[in-house]
Design a protein around this ligand. Structure first.
Ligand code: UD1
Length: 430
């Protein structure tokens, strides 16, 4: 299994290009199931999760083409890919494929809308809580679907003539359930209103894509989405938005090591809550024409208390990285994880660097220390893994991060992007 070896202590200086957002690319790819015509996506990141979803879509009969770099396009820009679901050949998403990635469960929405039936294995994904599917089922049932759970599979059938528009009020905000019901409603008969919808920028990226495909959606970017069903959707070309979690991660890395980094292509408005927190911590942030500049002057990092929340709040996907930053603050900070009940697996690993963190239920209390020390650590989930890398960048001496396959699920060319800015970091195979 590959490992990452790094020597901490170097400041980060230079430019880091921000890749397309994994959490937008995945549902956009899934949206291709809604039409027989080609959906072209640009700026798709090269990630293990994208590859995994390709396998799932191919199993349903989607034809996938990856296009070469266009003339004049810089090296490292995202992929341009075409997804054509001319005919859905199989409405089952099997356990072997779905268990590897939770987001693949979302195919249930488009399959049900277009083929009026779907059989999808209950999902897997990062082990960061129980992550049930009750909200998905609540929404699909509201649109008229009949649902059975059979042998680990959700078996869903639409009424004769297809799904029927309805008001779906989610008792809790869910990104995945919002994507799924939004996609399903585009082809339902009549009007669907989704109340308490997730407002993440990735949801808006998908909604705009659906509109480009002929869907009728209003309220994009708000808590209430109104969808008037249409008979058919058509092809479109859509760009994946830049990854706000990658942006926040590199901003925190630069804050930890010091230096001056331009995050090229970053969209600050997609992570304002996190940037506000970083500014309070004493990080200098400047929005420039080509992205976001992050600097840390010689002053120490101030402790800041944070609660994770659905967008526009502080993202749970930056909680581990922020905790890494707080381990070297000049005081005590409290972090409250409100989205997932088991998302503190990185705490034990951060302690190996000498960090002082106490967890009590949802709340982690982090007492800052002037200097972390390099260590052997183990990646546990996607975002936790990268928190160990950024802690290692700031720690004194050598750090080895084991089990980095989690990182490859969600971070494109991480070592390369960091080493170009002066980090001493390498991947060790085997
Ligand atoms: C998405 C993101 C993930 C991020 C999360 C929260 C993708 C591919 N993944 O995951 O990176 O951490 O949003 O911002 O976009 N829940 C239920 N019942 C359900 C569905 C969810 O109780 O039917 C709960 C979950 O257990 C969790 C909370 O709702 O506690 C939020 O989960 P959700 O927003 O659905 O996360 P994902 O869509 O899985």
């Amino acid at each position: 299994m590959d490992r990452i070896r790094l020597i901490g202590g170097n400041e980060l200086r230079g430019e880091i290009p921000i890749s397309g957002a994994k959490n937008a690319a995945l549902p956009l790819m899934i949206a291709s199931l809604l039409t027989a015509e080609p959906l072209v996506l640009t700026n798709v990141p090269r990630l293990a999760d994208v590859k995994q979803l390709e396998r799932i879509l191919e199993n349903h009969g989607v034809d996938i083409a990856v296009h070469g770099r266009r003339r004049g396009e810089a090296e490292g820009v995202g992929q341009r890919m075409t997804f054509t679901a001319g005919e859905i050949v199989d409405t089952t998403a099997p356990y072997e494929l779905v268990s590897k990635m939770r987001a693949s469960f979302w195919v249930i929405g488009p399959l049900l809308a277009r083929c009026h039936e779907a059989r999808v294995s209950l999902p897997g994904g990062c082990a960061i809580g129980t992550r049930p599917v009750d909200l998905f089922l609540h929404g699909l049932k509201a649109l008229g679907a009949e649902i059975d759970i059979d042998d680990g599979y959700v078996v869903a059938r639409a009424p004769k003539g297809g799904l029927v528009g309805a008001t779906v009020r989610f008792p809790k905000v869910s990104v995945g359930a919002t994507h799924t019901i939004l996609m399903a409603a585009t082809l339902a008969r009549g009007t669907t209103i989704i109340e308490n919808a997730a407002q993440e920028p990735e949801i808006s990226n998908v909604a705009e894509c659906l509109v480009a495909m002929g869907a009728r959606i209003s309220g994009i970017g708000t808590q209430t989405l109104t969808i008037e069903g249409v008979e058919k959707l058509h092809g479109a070309t859509v760009e994946v938005i830049p990854d706000r979690i990658e942006t926040g991660t590199f901003a925190m890395a630069a804050a930890m090591t010091g230096g001056d980094v331009l995050l090229r292509g970053a969209r600050p408005e997609h992570l304002q809550a996190a940037l506000d927190v970083l500014e309070k911590a004493g990080v200098e942030l400047t929005t420039e024409a080509h992205g976001l500049r992050v600097r840390r002057n010689g002053n120490g990092i101030q402790p800041v208390d944070v609660d994770t929340d659905p967008f526009p709040g502080f993202p749970t996907d930056l909680q581990a990285q922020f905790m890494a930053l707080m381990t070297m603050s000049t005081g005590t900070s409290r972090i409250r994880e409100t989205i997932f009940e088991n998302r503190y697996m990185h705490v034990a690993e951060l302690a190996r660097f000498g960090a002082d963190i106490a967890v009590d239920g949802q709340v982690a209390t982090v007492r800052g220390k002037p200097q972390l020390k390099g260590a052997q650590v183990m990646a546990t989930d996607l975002r936790a893994s990268v928190s160990l890398v950024i802690a290692g960048l700031a720690a004194k001496g050598e750090t080895v991060v084991n089990r980095i396959y989690h990182l490859d699920r969600g971070f494109e060319r991480l070592e390369e992007k960091l080493s170009r800015c002066g980090a001493e970091i390498e991947r060790v195979a085997g």
